[in-house]
Design a binder for this molecule. Structure first.
Ligand SMILES: *Cc1c(COP(=O)(O)O)cnc(C)c1O
Length: 691
């Protein structure tokens, strides 16, 4: 088995500073001594060091500090310190590296740290940053990005001087904003106690800083100790011993793994088993489960430290990958201003802007938006709109919906009633579900010439039962959860014409297909149709928060509201400001980051990567459209064993029924698309799909 760096786990902490020259190296060396005193093979590692000429032994001052800290301990064959990248210019890493023509970045630094950790005999690394937490590594990444990527607990070192509090508190905010775990805050006395104005008791001021920090750590819920580093006259053996004693409690916490987020996370599985449901799952025979700890880009990190390449976009949603900085920024900004207010009688900018922008992106004719909190609710709203509209038109008998077989529209009662009756398991709820009208699945493949005969059945039903049908609901071009089926846009076009002819409304469910996934912003554009009602959701917030929207034409809206009518729906969290703000940011990313080009590249990668699956035994069909790749098997697959195989290969895919399918984030690098496809190919080749 090939070992990939993203499968290697680093044990250690990150030592970060609230600024430069605050005493990080001394703290690191003192902690190193404390750890070695309790028998740990600890090593200080500086991923980036500036102001150092490589190979010039005399200048490696930080190494000398670490060596001095443990000089009187029994010799250890593990070097005390290692530098991964050294640059001569004593400046910020981005500048120092650029001067030497080196491109530094989180990807590379993480891989280097993991390789170093794996190659050395160290069992605990003290990774020391350079400067403060927002020190740039390159044009678009900071030390903080690197820290978030590593995800290790952080020891923040700040200097106890006048003005130091501000930097420390801002650094704590920055760590919190990245979901980093604080394992300790070290306060180093850098100020000269004899300095200051006459009559000012500087030591008292500095002592008060410590008191304030202790109070803040508690108020802000940081479960981390404050380490008050004593002032030592000179860094001699006695001083190192004294410093190590101050850090000893912290070292003990590290040895025992107490407060280490990773071990806490691993205890989650049994707790989950006791109290939670998972989607479409049994609680008595629970399916396999993994603990996800953090995400970034197109990766999901499990609690055991392994990174998985995401091939699912968390069910169509995370199209920009995870933790996209623009989405995070929008979320934080809106959370700081106004997370939510009721939408009855109040409105706000995030909702108004988002509605305007959505309508501009949707097919012409749609002119009004109703915000809902999930896709299923957006479908309920669409169905209610159609019923209320027909009712207001005097068409009181039009109370049914027509849907093709193989559709999926959500799990609430109304939505369930229009799902495929077999895969939607209507039999379980037969007495409760409204009985709808179904026609055969659109049979003409997307990539075959259009066959008008594929509409014969639906044409007959629509014409014969027009008086009882309020609307047709379907997923245009791609049926998702009902079978990952791609059918001809001509079907949607012709159906739209038939709807018009028979006075039936057309509802397009674009909850899965919206926002570029099929290669068009909305799948309706493949067919060039103008629906009466359109639902979107899933990728609307780029996978960050739950939000969905139902759009309708002015004709439908005015119809419902004619003669004093109102539309009878109003969720508590309607138009949640946080979700609307994040959705707005997600649209910004779509606009600015060439989603169209990215989906086209993804399509090419999936096509190339999955082609080899077509000839494997047990494979019935391989199809690709936009950012969706499907390998359809002839028999239902063994989801549990496939998932195990995929996780062992470092990819996250979740097959169901006869389908092994991929819909990776648009930002997925070509090499990862290849890796996903190869994993699917090898899984089928090795028979991992078999019962
Ligand atoms: C996922 C989905 C829904 C339901 O959305 P939820 O947010 O899960 O309620 C409805 N329709 C389609 C086409 C979907 O893919």
């Amino acid at each position: 088995m090939v070992f990939r760096s993203d499968q290697l786990v680093v044990r250690g902490i990150f030592v970060a500073g609230s600024g430069t020259g605050v005493g990080k190296t001394v703290c690191t060396a003192a902690l190193l001594r404390a750890l070695r005193l309790v028998g740990m093979a600890a090593q200080a590692v500086k991923p980036v060091q500036t102001g150092v000429i490589p190979g010039d032994g005399a200048v490696l001052a930080d190494t000398a500090v670490c060596d001095a800290a443990v000089a009187d301990l029994p010799p250890h064959d593990l070097p005390t310190a290692a530098m991964l990248h050294c640059f001569a210019l004593p400046a910020s890493p981005h500048l120092a590296a650029e001067r030497e023509g080196v491109s530094l970045g989180c990807d590379r630094l993480c891989a280097d740290v993991r390789a170093h950790c794996h190659g050395s005999r160290a069992d605990f690394l003290l990774l020391e940053g350079a400067g403060g937490v927002r020190v740039p590594l390159n044009q678009h990444e900071d030390m903080l990005d690197f820290m978030a990527r590593l995800g290790l607990p952080v020891l923040l070192v700040g200097d106890n001087c006048l003005g130091g509090l501000n930097h420390i508190l801002l650094s704590l905010d920055a760590l919190r904003g990245r979901g980093l775990f604080l394992c300790g805050l070290a306060l180093v006395p850098t100020a000269d106690p004899s300095a200051g104005c006459p009559g000012v008791d500087v030591p008292a001021l500095l002592a008060d800083n410590a008191a304030v920090l202790r109070c803040r750590l508690q108020q802000e819920g940081w479960n981390a100790p404050l380490v008050e580093v004593p002032r030592v006259p000179a860094l001699n053996a006695a001083a190192w011993q004294r410093l190590a004693e101050v850090f000893a409690p912290l070292a003990h916490r590290m040895v025992s793994g107490a407060g280490e987020s990773r071990s806490e996370q691993q205890k989650l599985l049994p707790r989950d088993r006791r109290v939670l449901w998972h989607p479409y799952a049994s609680v008595t025979e629970p399916p396999p489960l993994h603990v996800a700890e953090r995400t970034f880009s197109n990766r999901i990190r499990l609690a055991d430290g392994r990174d998985l390449v995401d091939g699912m976009s968390s069910w169509w949603a995370a199209v920009h990958g995870y933790n996209h900085p623009r989405l995070l920024a929008a979320l934080r900004e809106q959370a700081g201003r106004m997370p939510h207010v009721m939408f009855g009688g109040l409105t706000h900018e995030p909702a108004v802007c988002l509605a305007e922008r959505l309508l501009a992106l949707m097919p012409a004719g749609l002119e009004r938006i109703f915000f809902a909190d999930s896709g299923s609710v957006a479908v309920e709203i669409a169905l209610k709109m159609a019923l209320q509209y027909q009712h207001a038109q005097g068409e009181k008998r039009r109370t049914r919906f027509l849907a093709p077989l193989g559709g999926y529209h959500g799990d609430t009662f109304g939505a369930m009633s229009v799902c495929d009756p077999i895969t939607g398991m209507h039999s379980l709820f037969s007495g409760m579900l409204p009985r709808q009208i179904f026609v055969e699945r659109p049979s003409c493949r997307f990539d075959h010439p259009f066959d008008p005969g594929s509409l014969d059945a639906v044409r007959t039903v629509l014409r014969e039962r027009r008086e009882e049908i309020a609307a047709v609901i379907l997923e245009p071009v791609v049926q998702g959860a009902g079978g990952m089926w791609f059918y001809h846009p001509g079907y949607v076009r012709e159906l739209s014409r038939l709807c018009r002819e028979t006075g039936v409304l057309l509802i397009l469910d674009e909850i899965a297909t919206g926002f570029g996934r099929t290669g068009k912003m909305f799948a309706a554009f493949w067919a060039d149709v103008q629906p009466d009602i359109l639902c979107c959701g899933k990728a609307l917030t780029g996978g960050m928060l739950t939000l969905a929207a139902t759009a309708c034409t002015e004709r439908v809206a005015n119809g419902i509201c004619s003669e004093g009518g109102v539309f009878m729906h109003g969720p508590t969290y309607m138009a949640n400001a946080l979700a609307c703000a994040v959705a707005g940011a997600s649209l910004d990313i779509l606009e600015k980051e060439d989603w169209c080009g990215r989906v086209a590249t993804l399509e090419q990668g999936l096509r190339g990567g999955l082609a080899a699956c077509a000839n494997l035994p047990g494979v019935r069909d391989v199809r690709v459209l936009g950012g969706i790749g499907v390998v359809e098997m002839s028999e239902p697959v063994n989801t549990a064993s496939l998932q195990k195989f995929f996780v062992s290969r470092g990819v996250w895919l979740r097959p169901f029924q006869r389908l092994v399918y991929l819909m990776p984030p648009y930002i997925t690098p070509a090499s990862d698309v290849e890796r996903l496809c190869k994993a699917v190919h090898d899984a089928v080749l090795s028979g991992a799909h078999l019962p």
